[in-house]
Design a protein around this ligand. Structure first.
Ligand SMILES: [Zn+2]
Length: 437
């Protein structure tokens, strides 16, 4: 390590992240320990329930064993026996490394072994107490998180200055039976016409738009990102068939057209409110169902949207991995396309270092946000943030060593990509902007 590398690493260590993407549940829910669909157990294996479980499945762990491992019924010793044969297969992946850094940093444990498991179990329990969210986020040197709640369309959080919130537009444009049920549960409304459904959307924007940092949509999990313009009369007929008393199920082409209309309606509303639109792009979390051909078209599918809504700012999440080069081209070309490296550092740490280097030499540096843990649990954000800092340090150090950027330019660059860009870009990110919707 040269002196220059050390200075860069130290600066990155000292610079707080503005974390632009998490799915944190409320702290009080974690403390209550109530087990539900989101939280199948309240012990140390809860920390395996996002991402690592997918690597375990991919490594060959049988589904029944995985379910028992993540469930509430086995002892720590029994759970360790189930995971042990697969732990060494996955320990070098980004997902596992983030958890190992978390065990080291938060629990003082070097590894997952039969001996350390009882201590990790105890430290897990000791950690979960009132105030543990701000404590862990402070230790990770994170000044605020932007949360896309997986429980509510907009979460009225107990910690509003720490956990800023996205407004989820997924239920409005995916429009599945579960989405209709969620809207009914939250508002008591059961729309049967398109006008009534649009009224629901307007209600959410009017109620929460001025509090939100962005709108968020992960519809790429279920369909391509080519949203065609659809006339309102056609959308009205389709909506009536979709939810109306006639109950004729829509064919896939018609359902896509209805979603196209609703998505564009939400994008319009976001534009009116000055809210950026965060979109999931790239690889899908989970195992055994991804249609890669559809993911491969994410960047090119988005071009029409970027052209049709030139005044709306789009945040393309997860660098579109594994098609990140196309996202560099999109962000370079379109003034309204921005890139978020959330989740990317643990999907593929080495590719993320290369991506950041190439991005900074190709795209204006104000168009990137470099960290989001993308977790439901707060603990592993610590390990993920550590890996992101290491990756950012490697990318910047290499650019300096190779003579592409000067050492004296690095403080401003680092501050921008880790926090300044996000503070300037997202409404309400600094909590002193006037409501605009
Ligand atoms: Zn996410």
């Amino acid at each position: 390590m040269t002196n220059s590398d050390r200075q860069i690493a130290q600066l990155i260590e000292e610079t707080p992240f503005v974390d632009t993407h998490e799915h944190l549940v409320e702290e009080s829910q974690r403390i209550s320990g109530s087990v539900d669909l989101l939280m199948r157990c309240d012990d140390w294996t809860y920390l395996f329930s996002a991402y690592i479980c997918s690597d375990l499945a991919s490594a060959g762990m049988p589904a029944t064993a995985l379910q028992s491992f993540l469930g509430p019924n086995l002892s720590g010793e029994e759970k360790y026996k189930l995971v042990a044969p697969f732990w060494n297969c996955i320990r070098h992946t980004g997902y596992a490394q983030a958890l190992l850094h978390t065990f080291r940093g938060l629990y003082g444990e070097e590894d997952l072994t039969s001996k350390s498991v009882p201590r990790i179990a105890e430290k897990y329990r000791d950690t979960v107490r009132p105030g543990f969210y701000p404590t862990i986020l402070r230790r990770a040197n994170i000044e605020s998180c932007q949360v896309n709640s997986v429980q509510r369309i907009f979460m009225e959080t107990e910690q509003p200055t720490l956990l800023l919130q996205d407004l989820s537009i997924l239920p409005f444009c995916r429009c599945s039976a579960a989405d209709l049920a969620l809207v009914h549960a939250e508002t008591g409304r059961q729309p049967t016409t398109l006008e009534e459904w649009l009224d629901v959307i307007d209600h959410y924007f009017a109620t929460y738009g001025h509090k939100a940092v962005a709108v968020k949509c992960q519809i790429a999990y279920s369909r391509p990102l080519d949203f065609a313009p659809i006339s309102k009369p056609r959308a009205s007929r389709l909506f009536a068939r979709h939810v109306g008393v006639l109950g004729h199920p829509l064919g896939s082409e018609d359902f896509k057209a209805l979603q196209d209309f609703l998505f564009r309606y939400c994008v319009d509303k976001a534009g009116e409110c000055g809210l950026p639109v965060k979109l999931h792009t790239g690889i899908l979390e989970g195992s055994g169902f991804m249609e890669l051909a559809r993911i491969r078209d994410n960047a090119s599918d988005l071009c029409r949207l970027l052209q049709d809504f030139p005044d709306t700012r789009f945040v393309l999440m997860h660098i579109g991995y594994p098609y990140q080069h196309e996202f560099i081209a999109v962000a370079k070309h379109y003034p309204n396309a921005f890139i978020d490296m959330c989740w990317a550092w643990i999907i593929n740490p080495a590719a993320s270092v290369r991506f950041l280097k190439e991005f900074l030499m190709s795209v204006p540096a104000n168009k990137i946000f470099t960290f989001g843990g993308d977790y439901v649990a707060v603990e592993p954000i610590y390990g993920h943030a550590l890996m992101a800092r290491r990756g950012i340090a490697l990318a910047i150090s290499q650019l300096v060593a190779e003579g592409w950027i000067a050492q004296e330019e690095t403080p401003e660059l680092i501050n921008g990509i880790m926090r300044g860009n996000a503070l300037e870009f997202f409404p309400n990110a600094q909590r002193h902007e006037t409501p605009n919707c």
